[in-house]
Every structure is written in structure tokens, then in C-alpha cells.
Design a protein around this ligand. Structure first.
Ligand code: DOR
Length: 429
């Protein structure tokens, strides 16, 4: 069987504690061999000298907008954006139209991913029917159909008893409930972080407390009823609540997103709707606390919260604009530029939060380059500088606040199940 040999790259695989120059041989879609001199007579070879060879990244939080909003994204475009960004696996959130709240929609996504997707897609199913917080969705049936976790993301599960029942139920299956922490009674119709800046520029604020009060509630519920994963942590107090909970052994994990360590609320001063996101960007102190949380392991995962929106929903008055920004194509470079280059985080820790950590939380057999694993991997030029150009994104949507930013770190190859999807930084299909 012919294979693919990747030679001389710096292989960083936190799951198998490898960091060094290695050759890596792929045969039949799997990692066949890895070592300092791997033979592969007759196989095609890629010289990865000076490059990083990493497990394919896993994004445990993205909105692919399929079914229902092909004007914003589809599985075809979203997975291509993912591949360009170095993600070989993407978990898609349930707030589609219709939502992923029954087994038929889970099946639809799996089929569509099979035929149109270029990376692995794992549906995250709704906790409640219609994401309304009123009636539990058919959780067990959706897991049978291939869902990997539950979340009403985009909306909180406001009723504590509903969250309690979701946790009790999902505990039986060993999967987490992913919590969008927002108390709607506090966020109301806010559009940005509540602060001196929101007062100064005349926008309705969302107090950080809206996130924190739900983080506190869900930690308490996790203590009694089982595994909670807190989505998009953005505030210093939320980080501290998770830190304390972990110390007490409560089964809680959490993620943050590149925008929460790359941007503060200052990004909305000029009313840039591309920086309008939920939870809203916070103060400089919060940004520092998020970075500290990443560093000390309180924050397990970095996920994108890729949230594509079309121009009609963004090119409007700030108060009316949709929440969210695209993130799949900029996440890795932001992490390398803002966290690794600045030595806030080691490369190993950063890659851990993009591979082995999400795989573990979601029980996915992914995120490692050990022999026998699926050959999902990427080759990255860590020194290549590039400028984000919203017009050139593979995503269907352009809503990035990072347009014009110079970043370091470019994905050259993305290989999914042994198949080259991105070569020399360009999509092959
Ligand atoms: O900014 C956001 N956009 N936050 C969310 O929680 C949902 C997401 C979306 O679906 O657009």
C-alpha cells in the first residue's frame, strides 16, 4: 500500500509526550510509524524541515449553520475554513434552523459531512427542544445517531431544574453538557460589556455577572449531578470560580476562545459590529485573567466559537447586529502570535488545549499522533507571517474583527484520515 512520509519536522504531540525532530509515515489513513529515521521506500515524501508537525486540531465549538442558513455557512464551506485553519475535527453547535434537537437532524449532519465535508464533523445536540429551555430533547436517541455532547449554546438553559435533569441524564452516557453561561435576566438587551466604556459610548451593557452567576450555578449543579463543560469563558471571576471548583474536585472543564485573549472591549469603541460577540469582550484585567487561566490549566480548551453572520446582520446599527465572529481560519495564528510567541503559553500547552484536551472531554479517539491513530495531522510554518484578509476567507461569512492583523504561523498542510486536504496553504478540492 502506498503511503506518505513526512520527514524532518518538529513533531509536537502532547498526548504521547513527543516533542522533537521525527519522521512520520502514513499508510492506509493511519499513522504507521514515527521515529528519528523512518523508512518508506516508494512512498511520496514531504520535507517538513523547519516546520511543526502537529495532531490535527479539534474545535469543540463552532457554528456551521447547516441546516438552515446556507447564506452564512454550510458544512462544505465551514469544513473548508476549518481545514485551512488546521482543524481536522469540528464540533457543530445545535442552534441551526431547525435546531439539532432530534435524531433526524443529527443524521442529516452526519450524512452531509460525509458527502460534502473535508474534515470530521461531530454534531453537538440540543439539551432542550427548540433550544427553548422547556422540554428535554431526545438525548439518548441523538447520542445513538452520533451526537457527542449536549448544548443549547447561543442560549442558556435558564431553568436550574432543566439543567439538573440534563446533567443527570447525560451522566448515564458519560458525556458532558456544554453550558452557555448567561443569565438572560441580567444580560437583557445588552450589546457589549457593561463598563465605563459602555456608558461613554452609549451602548447598553451586559454585566460580567450575567456570565459569572451561571458559571457559579452550573458548578454547583455539576457537584451534585455530573460533568459540565463551560463554554466561552470570558471573565476573571468565571476563571476563578472554575479554578476553585477544580481544586475541590468538582467535574467541571472549560474553554475560552481566541478573541477573549486577543481583544478587550476597546475593540468595540468605534462600534465595530464584527467585535460584537456573546459573551461580550471584557476589560484588560479579564483578558489577563483568561491568559493566566490558560497558563495554570484552569482553562482546558481553546475553541473558536466560529459564528458566521452575513453582511445584512452585521452592517447595521451596533444594537441590532448579530452576536458572533468567524474564527476557524485565524485561531491557530492568534494562539501562536498572542500566546506562544509572547511566552504566555508553551507550544505544548497550546497544542494540548487544541487536541488532547477536547478529545478527552468529548471521548473522541482523536488528537494524537501515536502509532495506529487516524492520520489527522497538520504541518505548520511557525515563522510565516501573513495578513488576515476578510475577503479571502474560505468561510461564507466575513465577520472578523481581525481583518488587517499581521499574524505569525501558517498552516501549510492539513491531512485528514491520510488524505491531503490542504497543500501549500491552499485547499485541494
Ligand atoms: O457570539 C455568539 N454567537 N455567541 C453565541 O453564543 C452564539 C453565536 C452564534 O450562534 O452566532
Amino acid at each position: 500500500m502506498s503511503g506518505l512520509l513526512i520527514k524532518n519536522g518538529r513533531v509536537v504531540d502532547p498526548a504521547s509526550r513527543v516533542d522533537g525532530i521525527r519522521d512520520l509515515l502514513i499508510v492506509g489513513g493511519k499513522i504507521k510509524d514515527i521515529g528519528s529515521r523512518v523508512g518508506g521506500g516508494g512512498t511520496k515524501a514531504i520535507d517538513a524541515k523547519g516546520m511543526l508537525v502537529l495532531p490535527g486540531l479539534i474545535d469543540m465549538h463552532a457554528h456551521l449553520r447547516d441546516p438552515g442558513r446556507p447564506d452564512k455557512e454550510t458544512i462544505a464551506t465551514g469544513t473548508r475554513a476549518a481545514a485551512l485553519g488546521g482543524f481536522t475535527s469540528v464540533c457543530c453547535m445545535a442552534n441551526t434552523e431547525p435546531p439539532i434537537d432530534n435524531p433526524a437532524v443529527v443524521k442529516y449532519i452526519r450524512n452531509k459531512a460525509e458527502t460534502e465535508g473535508v474534515v470530521n464533523v461531530y454534531p453537538i445536540a440540543a439539551v432542550t427542544k427548540g433550544l427553548k429551555g422547556e422540554v428535554l430533547a431526545e438525548m439518548g436517541l441523538m447520542l445513538e445517531e452520533g451526537a457527542v455532547a449536549f448544548s443549547d449554546d447561543g442560549n442558556p438553559v435558564m431553568q436550574a431544574d432543566m439543567m439538573r435533569r440534563a446533567l443527570e441524564y447525560s451522566r448515564q452516557f458519560g458525556v458532558p453538557v456544554i453550558s452557555h453561561c448567561e443569565d438572560k435576566n441580567l444580560s437583557l438587551d445588552g450589546a457589549m460589556n457593561e463598563s465605563a466604556l459602555s456608558t461613554a459610548i452609549g451602548l447598553p451593557g451586559i454585566p460580567a455577572l450575567s456570565e459569572e452567576i451561571m458559571v457559579a450555578r452550573d458548578i454547583r449543579l455539576a457537584k451534585e449531578y455530573g460533568k459540565v463543560h463551560i463554554a466561552h469563558v470570558s471573565s476573571a471571576k468565571s476563571v476563578e470560580l472554575v479554578r476553585q471548583a477544580k481544586r475541590k474536585g468538582i467535574p467541571v472543564t472549560c474553554e475560552t476562545c481566541p478573541h477573549y485573549f486577543s481583544l478587550s472591549e476597546e475593540a468595540v469603541r468605534e462600534y465595530d459590529t464584527n467585535a460584537k460577540v456573546n459573551p461580550p469582550l471584557k476589560s484588560e484585567q479579564d483578558v489577563k485573567a483568561v491568559i493566566k487561566g490558560l497558563k495554570d490549566g484552569t482553562i482546558d480548551v481553546i475553541a473558536t466559537d466560529h459564528a458566521p453572520h452575513n453582511i445584512e446582520e452585521k452592517n447595521v446599527e451596533f444594537n441590532l447586529a448579530a452576536f458572533g465572529m468567524v474564527g476557524l481560519e485565524t485561531a491557530l495564528a492568534l494562539i501562536l502570535t498572542k500566546l506562544v510567541d509572547t511566552q504566555a503559553l508553551t507550544l505544548k500547552k497550546a497544542i494540548e488545549k487544541l487536541t488532547v484536551a477536547p478529545a478527552k472531554i468529548l471521548n473522541l479517539d482523536k488528537g494524537s499522533l501515536r502509532i495506529g491513530a487516524d492520520a489527522d495531522l497538520i504541518i505548520v510554518d511557525p515563522k510565516a507571517e501573513w495578513t488576515v484578509d476578510a475577503a479571502k476567507l474560505a468561510s461564507k461569512s466575513r465577520n472578523t474583527p481581525f481583518h488587517g492583523w499581521k499574524l505569525k504561523g501558517k498552516v501549510l498542510y492539513t491531512i485528514v484520515g491520510g488524505k491531503v486536504v490542504v497543500r501549500d496553504g491552499k485547499l485541494l478540492s
